[in-house]
Design a binder for this molecule. Sequence first.
Ligand code: NAG
Ligand code: NAG
Ligand code: NAG
Length: 360
Amino acid sequence: MPIFSYPSSPLIPTLTLLLSLPILFFLGPNILPPRRLTITAPDELDDLSLFQKAIALSKSQSAPKSHLPSTKSRLGSTSTFRPKIAFMFLTNSDLHFQPLWEVFFNKTQPNLYNIYIHADPSIRIKPPTGVFADKIIPSKRTQRSSPTLISAARRLLATAMLDDPLNAYFALISQHCIPLHSFNYLYGFLFDIHKLRKNLDYLSYIEILSESEFLWDRYNARGENVMTPEVHFDQFRVGSQFFTLTRRHALKVIEDRRLWRKFKLPCINVESCYPEEHYFPTLLSMEDPNGCTKYTLTRVNWTDSVNGHPHTYYPPEVSPQLIHTLRESNSSYSYMFARKFSPDCLNPLMEMADSVIFKD
Ligand SMILES: *[C@@H]1O[C@H](CO)[C@@H](O)[C@H](O)[C@H]1NC(C)=O
Ligand SMILES: *[C@@H]1O[C@H](CO)[C@@H](O)[C@H](O)[C@H]1NC(C)=O
Ligand SMILES: *[C@@H]1O[C@H](CO)[C@@H](O)[C@H](O)[C@H]1NC(C)=O
């Protein structure tokens, strides 16, 4: 005796199928894993033309050995210009800490920095105001576990390079990041430290690790043996997505086509797919390991991380002590930024902006 009685009429399976279609239609988006964004040919061409403009401009600038911008203006006057920091905000939501960053920027001269925002256009965000007004650059959709976060960061780098030849450092910041020091402290750290060590090239602050749990899975996330010959496993690196790069390295990143060919491939194993945590450290460790400190300036707390997300700080945790603790690093210098903070931390942070965060 068969356990299941075979349906007597072919109508029943057909009906079942027909009835289940609308159910799948409504539930599908919730039960099926979300489709990962891929890099389309038109997007790729858009980016390439932007990168080429930025590369051409860089090559035309007379900056022979140093990556520092020329100190002569284009009109040939001899007045000197001070190098600037490009703050590149990468977001897919409102910039929760805009008021705090505004205090950070308000406490310095406007000619020492520039702001650029890459905002996912599929999400409607509150138009940024104040020093952030009109700073959104032409942006495209971004999604975790896809190469789109790499593209967004490269778009920010190229846009900032094109926009102002005085941009000398490029800091990538998320909407959950806060500053841990004043602007002038950061500026002095990045630029003045080198006056003491003449002839030394500026260094990039990017985390570069060669050992990490799951590195092999992440290497093979796009398929086995896919990364060779461009990147062998022993060349594959991991590090925080949030970096502060020199102009020289920003140029290397937007010039790269060889590694990007591999890193832009969609992941087969979505669980191990964090291309933005590998592309930049791998590329720079292959191209110029000694030009990088291998440390990031952005503190993040990975204790009890969930789902690839680090610990998020909530208002009860925010205190002057927390700011002091977050600054401490194992390197010879202090952390300058920290993430991730929930949006409602804004008020407690604003209350201690002058007395703690920017008092240094
Ligand atoms: C920053 O400065 C601008 C212009 O002076 C001012 O309108 C704005 O209120 C200031 N923002 C903060 C948060 O202090
Ligand atoms: C890091 O997060 C854990 C909880 O996940 C918390 O107990 C710890 O205090 C945090 N560390 C710092 C330095 O904030
Ligand atoms: C410093 O290094 C120790 C030992 O590796 C580690 O436990 C600690 O979390 C590190 N601290 C910071 C601030 O990175």
